[in-house]
Design a protein around this ligand. Structure first.
Ligand code: GLU
Length: 287
């Protein structure tokens, strides 16, 4: 039997922690264009993982703003689909299963360091906007045996869990826009969180589990997430999942060179709409 030609499946994955701004619109538009050009499907996922920061009114505004701008999706929280549910807050069983797999194969370990501990212990500069390189304090080989024994029965909640990256290995992928990308594990990025002490999966873990389960064939997102892509590729490998292709978009900056994400107040899509701007007019300004 001949394998069917894989159908392009793209996604929009906003987090409802605020109103969507021009930067989101630009990246998402590229995602939609690439799905359309390929004759594929577009999935909308509500990345409402962080219960403390996500708000239902932002999730509702997100749908409204996306529709106003001219986005059309084939599957999503409002219309359902084969990959349902499309809100991360309803997908915790899947994340817990992935956590159990990673724990069973010994690729994660509990970490009692606070974010402050990590920042203070890290002298090496890290990529702008990326997290500090974890100094491996809680790696089992750096702890006394009795402490490791004590930790071996630690439960999932109540403590952070980190993925052990293969130090020195080069991770590479061919970006759809930027070409070959490489990073060295342990140098450009370190052991990263997969589960948080407040009993939530990390963005990295949830993103991989969902993109795989939703059979996404290409992830289109901002270039600020390139370092995350290397981490996620390690999770795909560990979980024996086929990774999608990646396409990282340039980030929009304002006249002063500041990233738009930092000032979504002024450039929220609904603010622009209230000022009388139209989606066509906004898109024309990108050309
Ligand atoms: N919800 C994530 C964000 O808004 C998704 C990032 C991604 O596209 O992987 O940053």
């Amino acid at each position: 039997m001949v394998n069917p030609v894989p159908v392009y499946r793209g996604r929009l994955a906003p987090s409802p922690t605020g109103y969507l701004h021009l930067g989101h619109a630009r990246t998402f538009w590229t995602a939609q264009e690439r799905a359309r050009t390929a004759g594929g499907a577009l999935v909308l996922r509500n990345d409402d993982l962080d219960v403390a920061r996500c708000r239902p009114e932002f999730a509702a505004a997100m749908l409204e703003d996306l529709r106003w701008f001219g986005f059309h999706w084939d599957e999503g929280p409002d219309i359902g689909g084969a990959g349902a549910p499309y809100a991360q807050s309803a997908r915790h069983e899947l994340y817990r299963a992935a956590f159990a797999t990673l724990r069973a194969i010994g690729l994660i370990y509990p970490c009692s360091c606070s974010r402050r501990d990590v920042q203070e212990a890290t002298a090496a500069p890290h990529e702008h906007g990326d997290e500090a390189l974890y100094p491996s304090t809680c790696r089992p080989e750096n702890l006394p045996p009795d402490e490791n024994r004590r930790r071996s029965c630690w439960p999932r909640p109540g403590v952070n869990w980190r993925f052990r990256v293969p130090n020195g290995d080069t991770i590479a992928f061919a970006d759809g826009r930027l070409g070959e990308q490489r990073a060295v594990a342990g140098r450009h990025f370190g052991d990263f969180l997969v589960w948080r002490r407040d009993d939530l999966p990390s963005y990295q873990l949830a993103c991989v589990v969902d993109d795989a389960a939703m059979r996404i064939t290409e992830v289109v997102r901002g270039a600020d997430l390139i370092m995350s892509t290397f981490r996620q590729l390690l999770l795909y490998r560990a979980l024996r999942l086929a990774p999608p292709a990646f396409y990282h978009c340039p980030l929009l900056t304002d006249a002063a060179g500041q990233r738009l994400a930092k000032r979504h107040d002024a450039l929220a899509l609904r603010t622009l709409r209230d000022q009388g701007l139209t989606p066509d007019g906004i898109r024309a300004s990108w050309a």
